[in-house]
Design a protein around this ligand. Structure first.
Ligand SMILES: Cc1cc2nc3c(=O)[nH]c(=O)nc-3n(C[C@H](O)[C@H](O)[C@H](O)COP(=O)(O)OP(=O)(O)OC[C@H]3O[C@@H](n4cnc5c(N)ncnc54)[C@H](O)[C@@H]3O)c2cc1C
Ligand SMILES: O=C(O)[C@@H]1CCCCN1
Length: 390
């Protein structure tokens, strides 16, 4: 057997959607790239698994909405490259009180938008009941990304492999030795590279401590709940309904969101945009008797807003968010080791943006001027991150 190659132009740690897209862009830029993943693929222990994620143009923050046209374009390009359908356009309604600042900002981000009152929403989408005075902003560009399929398309699709990218799964990175050449030691070997990108999801906070960084990253365990239609297809829900998300509802200040019955026939995915602090190694150890405040919030929301659904979940899965205090991403070079780039803290909304996130992490690692304004993603916006610097 030929000896294992040990030097690469770039190494990416973590083959979730962010690391995989970063490796894809690096390969496209003719960098000999190694993508390392601790688990055998596919796996469901991180944040990128499952069948569905929302993609939308409606964003309260202009610094995300301005990335969405390019994201839609790159997702389409990946569909064309791999001959796979990765997106279904369903539309999305943002529900909330009129005048709510984030709702208004979403409306502005759409340019052309449609605002529906309670009666108009029920006429258009009969499964939904707004409370009196509430409104819905319609984003007709939005839809569902087929997450597992998309992840696989990025990892094994034409671009990464055609450009000689290497993916090694079941190989955990144990340590990093910074320097002009970075040394990466895994459970199976030692590699050297001039540029390293760390996209380790919920493991990132603990992992970068060895590089003297204390990032304020909080992994959260999210209950992913699917709710049965009382009369399949008859409540105006089902596979023809739009995605939705709420903003500014007093009963759910963190927000609730939903996707049509696409993954499991007759089951609509409705989740709380919040969860319990956890350690990614221990997420299954929560006692089964523990109170489930997220389910209570969802049951109450469903009885008022989606009366065609049963009020107890039929299927429950789990997933991980990795939240920053401001819920903006971290996309930056290490403040001391500029050839080490970190992408983390995707705070439950990073999947749709991964094509552009990967491009930005690639540009940072190549020492280029990033294509978008990076001020909101800087590591140094958090005080004391270098407290433990080596
Ligand atoms: C329930 C839920 C719903 C969501 N809904 C949406 C949505 O509708 N729209 C949207 O845009 N986004 C959504 N998101 C967010 C989106 O899924 C995440 O932002 C995204 O998947 C994060 O990807 P990641 O690559 O950072 O993390 P991950 O997918 O977790 O990838 C990190 C990888 O790093 C690996 N790793 C860690 N440490 C090591 C090591 N030492 N060595 C090797 N490998 C390592 C891990 O095993 C993991 O595979 C949702 C998330 C959840 C949980
Ligand atoms: O990124 C999204 O579009 C959704 C919004 C609601 C929470 C989960 N993520």
């Amino acid at each position: 057997m030929a000896p294992q190659k040990s030097t690469y132009d770039a190494i990416v740690i973590g083959a979730g959607i962010q690391g995989s897209f970063t490796a894809y862009h690096l390969a496209q830029r003719h960098q000999d790239t190694l993508l390392l993943e601790q688990f055998l693929l596919p796996h469901s222990r991180g944040s990128s698994h499952g069948q569905s994620r929302i993609i939308r143009s409606a964003y309260p923050q202009e610094y995300y909405s301005c990335m969405m046209p390019e994201c839609f374009r790159l997702w389409q390009q990946l569909e064309a490259e791999t001959g796979t359908t990765l997106y279904r356009q369903t539309g999305l309604v943002v529900l909330g009180p009129p005048g709510e600042p984030e709702l208004e900002a979403c409306r502005r981000s759409l340019g052309v938008d449609e605002v529906l009152d309670a009666a108009a929403l029920s006429r258009r989408f009969p499964g939904f009941r707004l409370q009196a005075g509430q409104v819905a902003v319609l984003d007709s560009t939005a839809g569902v990304l087929f997450a597992d399929r998309a992840l696989r398309a990025v990892q094994v699709g034409a671009v990464f492999r055609r450009h000689g990218g290497t993916l090694r799964d079941g190989e955990k990175v144990l340590s990093i030795q910074p320097g002009a050449t970075v040394t990466v030691t895994t459970t199976a070997g030692v590699y050297k590279t001039p540029r390293l990108i760390i996209t380790a999801g919920a493991w990132a906070g603990a992992f970068v401590e060895q590089l003297g960084l204390r990032l304020p990253l909080q992994p959260l365990r999210i209950d992913v709940c699917y709710w049965r239609e009382k009369q399949p297809g008859s409540a105006g829900l089902g596979s023809v309904s739009p995605c939705f998300l709420t903003l500014g509802l007093s009963q759910a200040p963190h927000g609730i969101y939903g996707l049509p019955s696409i993954e499991y026939p007759g089951l609509m995915k409705v989740c709380h945009h919040h969860g319990s602090p956890t350690d990614p190694e221990k997420r299954d150890q929560a006692p089964s008797s523990a109170p489930r405040p997220d389910i209570a919030v969802l049951s109450s929301f469903i009885s008022s807003y989606l009366p065609g659904l049963e009020t107890q979940p039929a299927v429950m899965e789990t997933c991980l968010y990795t939240n920053t205090p401001d819920e903006d991403f971290i996309l930056d070079r290490h403040p001391k080791f500029s050839n080490i780039v970190i992408g983390a803290g995707f705070s439950g909304h990073g999947f749709k943006l991964a094509p552009v996130v990967g491009k930005l992490l690639c540009e940072l690692s190549l020492g280029e001027e990033p294509s978008y304004n990076m001020a909101h993603f800087a590591i140094t916006r958090f005080p004391g991150v270098l407290g433990a610097a080596q």
